[in-house]
Design a protein around this ligand. Structure first.
Ligand SMILES: Nc1ncnc2c1ncn2[C@@H]1O[C@H](COP(=O)(O)OP(=O)(O)OP(=O)(O)O)[C@@H](O)[C@H]1O
Ligand SMILES: [Mg+2]
Length: 240
């Protein structure tokens, strides 16, 4: 899809062999956002790109596949900490090719709430900090502090899940640090706090595929605004 700035990461699926690897009427091609990426590719602008959209719209499928195509373990962690408990990723990751600008480092990290426990165990076994002894959010912040420090390519899937409001702001600051050092981030999120990060590209994921939008125009932001102003307007619909 056409973004204004030159891409730093170009994600695409070569036409050759595409139909065999990703049959049209089978998952994940049945997910509109996946079909969009497969047909049109995805150019990630410099800095941070957020994927925002409803549950089941395809954010994780895309982030996971991009992480895998970059050589990151689908279960989370760095390139050199590959560990695997169960293979659940889609054939999309194997079909994608990923080009990253010349001169950009090879470092990367995939942070995902669901499977970080496995990575923590792996780290502890290899002399890392006692991440299992920390709370969910504390361990996340420790990972941010120690791993989000170089100009790599970071894939994140709902990193806010573990974080309080103020820790989510700390995450914005960590991401800004990554960007200032020349790194790049692809992040799926439901957090209006995260998605408000200045300078970030916001892609809304849904039945249309992927479309570029702004924080102000996100449905998510509109819902939060209205909910915080008057929770009853929403709650009376679900509590009757
Ligand atoms: N292994 C799988 N096999 C078949 N379908 C799957 C598989 N994994 C996910 N799906 C389906 O693919 C669609 C996209 O799922 P995905 O996890 O990418 O959504 P998401 O946007 O990350 O949602 P959420 O916000 O809930 O995390 C969903 O309809 C889901 O049920
Ligand atoms: Mg998801």
């Amino acid at each position: 899809m056409g973004l204004d700035q030159p891409p730093v990461v170009r994600v695409s699926v070569p036409r050759e062999g595409r139909a065999e690897k990703l049959p049209l009427r089978q998952w994940p091609m049945t997910v509109p956002a996946v079909e969009h990426v497969v047909r049109r590719g995805l150019d990630l602008a410099p800095g941070v790109t957020f994927l925002v959209g409803e549950n089941g719209s395809g954010k994780s499928t895309i982030v996971e596949a991009v992480a895998e195509a970059y050589g990151l373990s689908p279960e989370g962690g760095t390139r050199n900490s590959r560990h695997s408990t169960r293979v659940t990723e889609s054939p999309l990751g194997a079909a994608l090719t990923l080009q990253r600008g010349i001169g950009s480092g090879r470092w990367g990290f995939f942070l995902r709430a669901e499977t970080m426990h496995g990575w923590y165990t792996h780290q502890e076994q290899h002399g890392g900090p006692p991440l299992h002894e920390m709370s969910h959010g504390e361990s996340f912040l420790e990972v941010l502090r120690t791993r989000f420090d170089s100009p790599g390519f970071y894939c994140l899937d709902e990193p806010e899940a573990a974080l309080s409001f103020s820790s989510t702001l700390a995450l914005v600051s960590a991401l800004a640090e990554v960007v200032a050092k020349g790194g790049q981030v692809l992040c799926a999120t439901h957090s209006p706090v995260l998605a408000a990060m200045p300078g970030a590209t916001v892609l809304e994921v849904g039945p249309w595929g992927l479309r570029r939008t702004t924080w102000e125009d996100l449905e998510l932001v509109e819902h939060w605004r209205r909910y915080l102003a008057d929770p009853g307007r929403y709650l009376r619909h679900v509590l009757d």
